[in-house]
Design a protein around this ligand. Structure first.
Ligand SMILES: Cc1cc2nc3c(=O)[nH]c(=O)nc-3n(C[C@H](O)[C@H](O)[C@H](O)COP(=O)(O)OP(=O)(O)OC[C@H]3O[C@@H](n4cnc5c(N)ncnc54)[C@H](O)[C@@H]3O)c2cc1C
Length: 468
């Protein structure tokens, strides 16, 4: 286990259950961590020694209007629950992550982004109203226009300002259960960026994969996928393609291998040389089989690649994995990502999986989104590399900060408070701290992430008088 520890878990089925957990925590002098499906890579949903409210039994779809595409759900409903209800009626979530397991509460707690981040921004932009409970048990309805400051602080506020009970959001109209995908291989990082630039204006979805082992002139080689929604009238049988059967992920990979055992097949490759081979094979097969080719894929297959391989994280056993995701303004991103990849190689800990996306700025207070690019990198944790890996991530953070970048708390296990202060605008941090004092003066809501890095950063901020 890379992060986390033991906690007592409450699984409420309604708002009164959530209130009971708050009352219990206050009576005991314990604190509370909110948790959806626990898909955050670091300690964002962990509450070591605390009470954890697990929302997965509060997962009803309260209303869905197939005319307008507006859906209202409880916080524990997952992206899977949403699309499985809406797609057969021609609606798809406006933003989804690389897995369909996140709950709406967790998705909004981190304000997740998808492969359409360059066009659509984060999921919070599509929320029309929220029902929240504050740490004192008060329940309120919020809208982005009625309470703009509070709304844009709670969404992406890591579950530290309020508890989301219900969310209403606008889904996206689709006219087919499939999307059109183009694969493009690139021989080095500059070419990869050029392909992103070429397609960012005309694509609906855009995502790049980088071979983290390739160095020298090939550093940053990879594969991008550009995808477009299918326009109205093009799919001859949308009823079939939008049916749940049309979205089924295959139970066998390559038609042979049961996917539930894929993690075991990956396990023998779970060391640097094995992963160098896997990355090389992915690059070569992408170049030969995909480059310049267009094909159609179901929404589920395109978006939820990792859901193909149940328990894929077991391939990283026993130490697990951490992710490092940096967001860098567009002008600096090529230099920053080059330096980051080269540094991981120099340290002997190249990333086993690197994914690049294009983003845009958004109005959320603690947002990771900016007009630039992100690179998410997976790192294997072992007993012997743990200290070196954490130290390397701190060095990567310094590179990101030097290039004016930011971080994403859903993907963090290693960030230091000083890097948070350097990366996020001071006035945003001050505003977040002020909301926290006002809404939760006793500090009842606190995940391990909050204790590890956010609270210490806010304390440093308090001690620093700032520019005079
Ligand atoms: C395979 C994989 C792929 C991923 N791909 C992406 C991606 O493409 N883009 C992306 O942005 N992220 C991605 N992620 C990260 C993931 O989408 C986010 O971490 C998301 O927040 C997880 O949702 P969850 O329900 O598991 O929330 P958790 O991880 O359980 O919690 C996330 C945060 O929300 C808070 N929270 C939970 N419930 C509530 C509530 N009811 N009210 C208020 N706060 C609450 C928690 O305290 C925590 O701070 C990926 C993760 C995995 C494992």
């Amino acid at each position: 286990m890379a992060v986390g520890g033991e906690a007592r878990v409450f699984r409420p089925t309604d708002a009164e259950g959530v209130r009971a957990a708050l009352t219990c925590a206050r009576a005991e002098g314990t604190r509370i961590a909110l948790r959806g499906s626990g898909c955050s890579y670091g300690d964002g949903a962990c509450g070591t020694g605390k009470i954890v409210i697990d929302f997965r039994d509060m997962n009803r779809i309260l209303a869905f209007d197939a005319q307008t595409g507006v859906i209202r759900v409880e916080a524990g409903a997952t992206l899977r629950d949403v699309w499985q209800r809406s797609l057969p009626e021609g609606w798809w979530p406006p933003v989804v992550s690389g897995t369909m397991e996140p709950t709406l509460g967790g998705a909004l707690g981190m304000n997740l982004h998808g492969k359409n981040a360059h066009r659509a921004g984060p999921i919070g932009k599509y929320v029309t109203s929220l029902k929240v409970m504050f740490a004192n048990g008060e329940v309120r309805d919020l809208t982005p226009d009625g309470d703009p400051d509070l709304f844009h602080a709670i969404v992406g506020g890591f579950g530290e300002l309020a508890i989301i009970l219900e969310a209403e959001l606008h889904l996206k109209r689709v006219y087919s259960g499939q999307i059109e995908v183009l694969g493009l291989a690139s021989t080095h990082l500059d070419e990869l960026f050029a392909q992103f630039r070429e397609h960012e204006a005309d694509s609906d979805y855009l995502v790049g994969w980088i071979d983290g082992f390739a160095g020298g002139k090939s550093l940053g080689r990879g594969l991008i996928h550009v995808a477009w929604q299918i326009k109205e009238g093009v799919d001859p049988d949308p009823k079939t393609s939008t049916s749940l059967a049309g979205q089924q992920l295959p139970s066998r990979l390559f038609g042979v291998f049961p996917k539930r055992w894929m993690w075991a097949a990956m396990w023998p490759f779970s060391f640097n040389l094995g992963m160098r081979m896997v990355n090389w094979a992915k690059y070569v097969s992408g170049r030969v089989l995909e480059h310049g080719k267009k094909y159609r894929q179901s929404h589920a297959a395109f978006h939820f690649l990792l859901d193909y391989v149940p328990n894929w994280k077991w391939a990283y056993k026993p130490g697990g994995l951490i992710q490092h995701q940096s967001f860098v303004p567009h002008a600096n991103a090529p230099a920053a990502f080059r330096e980051i990849i080269a540094h991981t190689q120099k340290c002997g800990m190249p990333t086993w999986l690197a994914v690049m996306k294009r983003h845009r700025a958004d109005p959320f207070l603690m947002t990771h989104g900016l007009d630039g690019y992100s690179m998410a990198m997976d790192f294997h944790v072992t007993k012997s590399n743990r200290a070196r890996l954490w130290a390397m991530c701190h060095e990567l953070d310094a590179i990101v900060v030097k290039h004016g970048g930011r971080f994403y708390f859903a993907k963090d296990a290693t960030l230091e408070p000083k890097s948070v202060l350097a990366a996020f605008p001071r006035e945003n941090l001050l505003k977040f701290a002020a909301f926290r004092k006002e809404l939760d003066p006793d500090g009842v809501l606190a995940t391990d992430l909050y204790d590890r890095v956010i609270a210490p950063a806010l304390r440093l901020l308090d001690a620093d008088p700032g520019p005079t």
